[in-house]
Design a protein around this ligand. Structure first.
Ligand code: FAD
Length: 335
């Protein structure tokens, strides 16, 4: 049953539409089908709820899927997927929680792959890998550009905490919407609804329900489930400390050679390079690249090969007395 009325249109996405929402050929769909299963969908069936983890990958064979973002009592329509189109954005590779709700707007048939099956597909099929990865990354870029995430930041550009949280979300490539206490006229209604006092800011509201007052980066990461999909207890082939350029390179090369890789990062991928507006001397980029772009590319590349990234998890100690070696994280966990 549809609980909320979809009131707002999707923000216009004028350029690159064919790359953001490509339509697969029947031959490509047949190759995807071989990795998963075919299932039916009923009208109004909610296949994925915002905040769900372990989200499957769907390709529409027949019918229509609508992708919406819950927004208070209403919804914002993000897009609709018809036959040959597929779901997912960058969270599909990282395994993080869904930013959107996926609902059948027409009855139909889907190809369903688990995230693991989808990762196996992109690692084995270079043509589909290019189409899917490009679409996932461009969709995330659009979500960031339109502030369509699962968290609202209420703050003031005069407070250091607000700037810290903005930087944390931005450098982690996480879409958010921002409400400025000093500039947005209709902020009072929101403050009243969530019982937020001006002195509480910065405040984050996760998935429209969890209110965090002046949260640490780790509290935000935990609330948004940045690390939920990561199994912390099993023994890894390679643990990388730090997701700067060298850590990300180690993760890409390790994971692409088939190693089971985990990266621990204190704040966000990119390290020092993440704050560089233009790096001119990085191999393979003759016109230069911003540190943020470089980090984002390497981060997605590492995750495509299956490397996992734990954010806001600093390593505090290394224990090599016996095997397997262990790393002590700052929260007392042993990896
Ligand atoms: C503004 C700026 C511009 C630059 N421009 C250029 C340039 O144009 N060309 C160039 O060659 N170089 C440039 N550099 C230098 C370049 O960015 C660094 O040499 C490069 O980032 C080093 O990479 P790294 O991965 O070794 O370390 P870092 O970039 O320092 O990354 C280390 C990472 O490890 C994390 N970390 C640290 N301790 C822990 C822990 N205990 N547990 C978990 N994670 C941890 C940090 O948060 C960080 O993300 C620039 C640097 C800056 C600051």
């Amino acid at each position: 049953m549809i609980m909320a009325e979809t009131t707002s249109p999707a923000p216009p996405i004028a350029s690159r539409v064919e790359h953001i929402f490509p339509t697969l050929t029947s031959a490509q769909m047949a190759r995807i089908s071989a990795h998963g299963r075919v299932r039916q969908m009923r009208p109004a069936e909610v296949l994925v709820e915002q905040g769900d983890s372990g989200v499957p990958f769907f390709v529409v064979k027949a019918g229509e899927l609508e992708i919406v973002q819950p927004s208070g009592p209403t919804e914002i329509l993000v897009t609709k997927h018809g036959p040959g189109q597929f779901t997912g954005e960058v969270n599909m590779i990282s395994g993080r929680r869904s930013l959107v709700r996926m609902r059948a707007s027409q009855p139909g048939e889907l190809i369903e792959l688990s995230r693991e099956q989808m990762l196996a597909l992109v690692q084995a099929d270079s043509e589909l890998s290019e189409i899917l990865m490009r679409a996932f990354i461009l969709r995330r870029v659009e979500l960031i550009a339109h502030g369509m995430g699962d968290v609202v930041l209420v703050g003031s550009s005069h407070t250091a905490g607000t700037l810290r949280i903005k930087e944390f979300l931005m450098r982690n490539g996480h879409p958010y919407s921002y409400i400025d206490l000093d500039r947005d006229a209709d902020v009072q209604g929101l403050l009243d609804r969530f019982q937020i006092a001006a002195a509480d800011i910065p405040v984050t509201i996760c998935r429209g329900s969890v209110v965090l007052r002046n949260p640490t980066n780790q509290e935000i990461a935990d609330c948004l489930g940045f690390n939920d999909a990561i199994e912390q207890t099993h023994v890894r082939d390679l643990v990388v400390i730090g997701a700067g350029p060298s850590g990300l390179a180690a993760a890409v090369y390790g994971a692409s050679e088939g190693l089971d890789v985990l990266v621990l990062e204190t704040t966000s991928p990119g390290g020092q390079a993440g704050s560089s507006s233009k790096i001119e001397n990085y191999l393979g980029f003759p016109t230069g690249i911003s540190g943020q772009d470089l980090a984002g590319r390497a981060y997605n590349q590492a995750q495509k090969f299956g490397a996992q990234m734990m954010i806001t998890r600093a390593a505090r100690g290394l224990s090599c007395e016996r095997k397997p070696y262990a790393i002590e994280a700052h929260n007392g966990a042993t990896i």
